[in-house]
Ligand binder design. Structure first.
Ligand code: SF4
Ligand code: SF4
Length: 318
């Protein structure tokens, strides 16, 4: 395999950070699900959670900048004890808040207030639903997940989420169940919209297509099936130089549960921190100036963002 760095160089591309306009915060690895494709390796047994001290450091940093968007992820971030505090405080700072929600979390004990909480704070919801078929969703995310997700979407629709123009944005996330690239996003969105409305009366705003990242749990899953090498070859062979300008590490930074700073959530999981010399940057002392110099840490996993139509937390890139 041609190393990603070499591929970039040969295609005349660099990967330089622009102004940061999304602060993505990973509150921890605890989750009520344990999906096969999860690059966070999240699950019910994980205990890593961001401390209140680091949540306050995130808010201090955010308040000292003009970064417009706070993007909260996990694990299941809503199961973190400081989730409400973080959302309310960021909204108090006038920032747009996004929550990466697995939908089923709404049915966890003590969480039925969540839809109304989201609505009150105009939280943009980005919700995983890797297929409109029960078999595919339950295979990837666990038995019963599809039914719970559908019920959650119906509840969110009832309070206004998913309509055009009322500010209550409900996006769905597709990722392939098998080791292939996502199909074209626009066409799949039409299929999702038609089928979810016809069968369940569900509406939503956008479908975001994500490529599964061949790292951590998903890499193990592929290796056990002898599918890792072919999948990496598919990603490399599908490299699309036109996506490089849009990859998310150019305008986003990712904060880990322990306060460490990364180019993206994937680099966080691979323990590739942004450093100043040998020193790892930390949210408690971070300034935007510290992000100007360090190069984005790239590796062969970056083929996952640049294959085909490209992939990011915001869906396909081109
Ligand atoms: S719901 Fe999300 S965070 Fe939780 S295990 Fe699945 S992919 Fe990972
Ligand atoms: S994996 Fe991270 S560093 Fe690599 S291209 Fe994607 S966003 Fe950028």
């Amino acid at each position: 395999m041609q190393p990603f760095a070499e591929k970039l160089r040969l295609n005349g591309n660099g990967l330089k950070r622009r102004a940061v306009d999304v602060l993505q915060v990973n509150l921890g690895r605890y989750c009520n699900l344990a999906c096969t494709h999860c690059h966070v390796e999240a699950g019910p047994a994980r205990q890593e959670m961001m401390s209140r001290e680091n949540v306050d450091a995130v808010l201090r940093f955010l308040g000292g900048t003009a970064i417009p968007t706070l993007d909260i992820t996990g694990g299941a971030p809503e199961l973190h004890g400081e989730f409400n505090y973080l959302v309310e405080s960021a909204r108090g700072l006038g920032r747009h808040v996004m929550d990466r929600c697995n939908l089923t979390v709404i049915f966890e004990p003590g969480k039925k207030y969540l839809p109304e909480f989201f609505r009150r704070h105009q939280v943009e919801l980005v919700c995983s639903l890797p297929c409109y078929s029960i078999d595919n969703v339950d295979k990837q995310r666990g038995k019963g997940t599809f039914d719970a997700s559908i019920r959650a979407l119906q509840m969110l629709n009832q309070i206004g989420y998913g309509q055009p123009d009322n500010g209550l944005v409900l996006d769905l996330v597709y990722n392939p169940v098998a080791p292939h690239l996502p199909p074209p996003q626009e066409k799949l969105e039409q299929d999702y919209k038609r089928i979810l409305f016809e069968e369940f009366g569900i509406v939503f705003n956008r479908l975001l297509c994500l490529t599964n990242m061949p790292i951590t749990r998903y890499a193990t899953h592929l290796k056990l099936r002898g599918e890792y090498e072919p999948y990496m070859a598919l990603l490399e062979g599908s490299f699309n130089a036109a996506t490089v300008d849009q990859v998310m590490c150019r305008n986003l930074i990712s904060v880990g549960w322990d306060g460490g700073i990364y180019d993206c959530d994937f680099n966080q999981m691979l323990d590739l921190p942004i450093t100043n010399g040998e020193k790892r940057l930390h949210i408690a002392s971070l300034t935007l100036d510290q992000l100007v110099q360090p190069a984005i840490k790239i590796g062969d996993h970056c083929y996952g963002c640049t294959a085909g139509a490209g992939s990011s937390c915001g869906g396909s890139l081109i």
